[in-house]
Design a protein around this ligand. Structure first.
Ligand code: HEC
Length: 157
């Protein structure tokens, strides 16, 4: 069995060489060799800690919104979204101070998140009247898409 495996390996490398693929370009999913393509957004250290604590609360808020929705507690879901992620959160979380350090594209992702969270807060209240939760779910998904987009593009320094 072993010589066969070795042969397979050799054949693989020969094939990879033929294709002009350097062996080092092949890494697994978690490969540290991959370069980090995200932009560095520079913030003062005190602010970084504040932002990251905020971020962890964003994730907690999303999970609490889902929990409230499962319990058909739409008012609660609406309140969490508005106060912790929506336009109201923008003021209470000192987002204005933070946004001064953000590149314009990062600001735009932040705005998208706040806007869509506030939209969700309204739509989920409509849901309890109409019985249709699809518009609310769409707004929630646009909220999390803003998280995903910003995370794909930026990291802190
Ligand atoms: C405007 C950009 C932006 C938006 C919008 C955003 N984040 Fe982040 N988030 C960041 C950055 C930048 C980091 C730090 C990443 C790094 O340095 O590797 C981060 C880190 C985090 C972390 C890790 C915190 C830690 O302690 O390390 C969590 C959790 C998180 N975000 C959740 C969320 C959730 C949930 C949302 C949406 C509801 C969200 N974020 C929206 C930019 C954003």
């Amino acid at each position: 069995m072993k010589p066969l495996l070795t042969f397979a390996k050799l054949a693989f490398f020969a094939f990879a060489l033929l294709l002009g693929l350097p062996a080092s370009s092949q890494h697994d999913h978690l490969g540290g060799a991959v370069e980090d393509p995200r932009f560095l957004a520079q913030f003062p250290p005190m602010m970084q800690a504040h932002i990251l604590a905020n971020m962890r609360d964003h994730l907690l808020a999303i999970s609490q919104i889902q929990e409230a929705m499962a319990a058909a507690n739409y008012d609660k879901a609406s309140q969490i979204a508005e106060e912790r992620l929506g336009q109201t959160a923008l003021k209470t979380h000192g987002a204005y101070e933070n946004s001064q350090f953000m590149p314009p594209m990062m600001q735009e992702f932040g705005n998208q998140m706040h806007r869509n969270a506030s939209k969700f807060a309204i739509e989920i209240q409509n849901s309890s009247a109409t019985g249709d939760s699809k518009p609310a779910l769409l707004a929630l998904s646009k909220t999390t898409q803003a998280c995903v987009s910003c995370h794909a593009a930026f990291r802190l320094k």
